[in-house]
Design a protein around this ligand. Structure first.
Ligand SMILES: Nc1ncnc2c1ncn2[C@@H]1O[C@H](COP(=O)(O)OP(=O)(O)O)[C@@H](O)[C@H]1O
Ligand SMILES: [Mg+2]
Length: 236
């Protein structure tokens, strides 16, 4: 069975891509074989997290690779897709050819977004690119995942409502709230599921289940060799 390819992408740093990728990878790996691909050199936060994890624990339950070019990414997927149930890809904080390739090879792009106006402004251009990718990759679904949500903050709720009204992208109902456990557990090579905050753990489990359901029936991606696809890959 071909792996479901799930990318975490956003044209901004600090939105929680690597944190989300690591946390989802750990929960998915409780029942399935998971490979992660870190496509964010030179930061490589996911690789740094994985290094802490491998230094501390004998069996991390996960496999990690790195890719810094579209060819490396596509080769890694081709080589491994039949051996894993899920391949999770962590992207760079800007649009580059690898991020474009992620859009063309994924079943699901997960877009972490904090409910603050500043993040929404920078998101609009990226959103256009996602729509373009959806026209080129018919097996692609794109979903917002609200992250660092602060409950009962009026401005946050207004931003989420406004995006719900104006964006063609839908968001997972399962949100991740602002919790110190996400920072602390990551620093120790863990997920929030392996940490001491039951609320954060429940959030990530519920998001994981929603993602699994969203991709369950999706067909494997076939990347077309059309001129439009080649053009899309070359830009940026
Ligand atoms: N839900 C959350 N609650 C609190 N802090 C978070 C949450 N998600 C991410 N963070 C923190 O935000 C910062 C940026 O996260 P990171 O995953 O490195 O973002 P990116 O990969 O998009 O640059 C890190 O310090 C991380 O611990
Ligand atoms: Mg990152």
């Amino acid at each position: 069975m071909a792996a479901k390819i799930i990318s975490i992408a956003q044209a901004k740093g600090g939105v929680g891509k690597s944190t989300m990728c690591a946390n989802l990878a750990v929960t998915f790996s409780q029942s399935d074989k998971v490979m992660m691909i870190d496509c964010d050199p030179p930061q490589n936060s996911l690789s740094a997290w994985f290094k802490v994890r491998t230094d501390l624990y004998e069996d991390t339950g996960l496999v990690l690779e790195q890719a810094s070019t579209p060819a490396q990414l596509l080769n890694l997927i081709e080589k491994n897709k039949d051996d894993f149930s899920y391949i999770l890809i962590d992207g760079a904080p800007h649009v580059n050819p690898v991020v474009r390739a992620m859009m063309l090879c994924s079943n699901l792009i997960l877009v972490p977004l904090a409910p603050s106006s500043v993040e929404i402004w920078s998101f609009e251009a990226f959103e256009e690119l996602l729509y373009k990718a959806e026209t080129l990759n018919k097996s692609l679904k794109t979903k917002i995942c609200w992250n660092r949500v602060r409950r009962r903050v009026k401005s946050s709720e207004e931003v989420m409502q406004s995006v719900g009204k104006h964006s063609k992208l839908t968001a997972f109902k399962n949100q991740l709230t602002f919790r110190v456990a996400y920072m602390d557990s990551f620093a120790e090579g863990c997920s929030v599921y392996e940490w001491t905050d039951p609320v954060a753990s429940a959030e990530i489990w519920s998001l994981s289940s929603a993602i699994k359901r969203a991709v369950a029936k999706m067909e494997p991606v076939k990347i077309s060799k059309s001129n439009a696809v080649q053009e899309f890959l070359k830009k940026g």
